[in-house]
Unconditional design. Sequence first.
Length: 379
Amino acid sequence: MVYYVKQGRMPPTRHTYENRRKLLREELFGEESFDGSYSLLYHRNEPTRIKEIREVGKKDPGFGVRDVHTLVNTDLIRREGDFITGRKPLFGNDRVIISILKPSKGTNNFFRHGMRDQLIFVHHGDGSFRSIFGEMPFKSGDYIYVPKGSVYNLGNAEESEFLLIESRDNICIPQRYLNRYGQIKEGVPYYSRDIRHPKLRVENHRKGEYFVYVDFDDRYVVETRDEHPFDLEGWDGYHFPFALNISQIMPIVGKIHQPPPVHETFSSKSFMVGTFLPRKYDFHERAIPISYYHSNVDTDEFLYYSSGNFMSRKGVREGSITLHVRGMLHGPQPGTVENALGKSETNETAVMVESYERLGMSVLAKRLESKDYMKTWYA
Ligand SMILES: [Fe+2]
């Protein structure tokens, strides 16, 4: 749940009709069966009208777990495919898949994830998120949340670069950030006003041939439709795609070092997403401003370095990913604590995914892996 939105035309009472000769087709769009957050969508056409169905195969990422810390440089990944077929899964398990997306071409095809909520982090570029709920411009630094089942297309994806987090469990605003009325509390790093939603523009699309790629994890089911999938006259409710730009997130700082939960942005049953932002360092006169050694005995810690100066981390550059696995200690590399003393701020931006299940590493990620990362603590 984010907040209530109502756009376009609909009967004044749900599950009723307004004009018998011009019936709108009502769809309940929601998660957790009929118990989760939902919206009511009013189609001009019957949304179940599909001319043809075919299956298209998907490549198995070949996830296998690693027992040592890992560094992967994603700047080695070349542009390929469109926003649907160009996803490159690097880390994942049954619950969450983390991919890099750098498409080389645009497409008129539409996409719907049948299995997973998506969180699209825009690393570079700007364009348009066009969906059944309406259109929403996106820009660098946006998190775009797409609930499973949303039909959409990404305009100008071929000029952009994305990090993708795809989750079987609902991705949401952390429960501890909400008061008992569902409103974002005071003291949380962002507020409802910072969240953008798509604007519906009712258009008369021509009959034609439209393809919707539905992702079932191991394959696509491709629907051929003779009516444009964006056919809503109106919608209302609490369940819809939205965007939050990281420049609107206000980092929490402290007199001494603050642990990762203060950087939490989104949560799910199986992981949390945190955002490390440019911020003032801890202001105790003898503060050690960087992280202490830590044992993540219950989590695997994924970190995507988005922008800033990562010189303090050996081998890390823009687009690098580190995975620090459970069961092994990690923390500052030799010399970095000494170098950090007296520093007053950082300009680094990074996206963290803390997974409660072990994260596997794909065949592609293994190919891109920097071989000597474990040795950076033995110098
Ligand atoms: Fe860590």
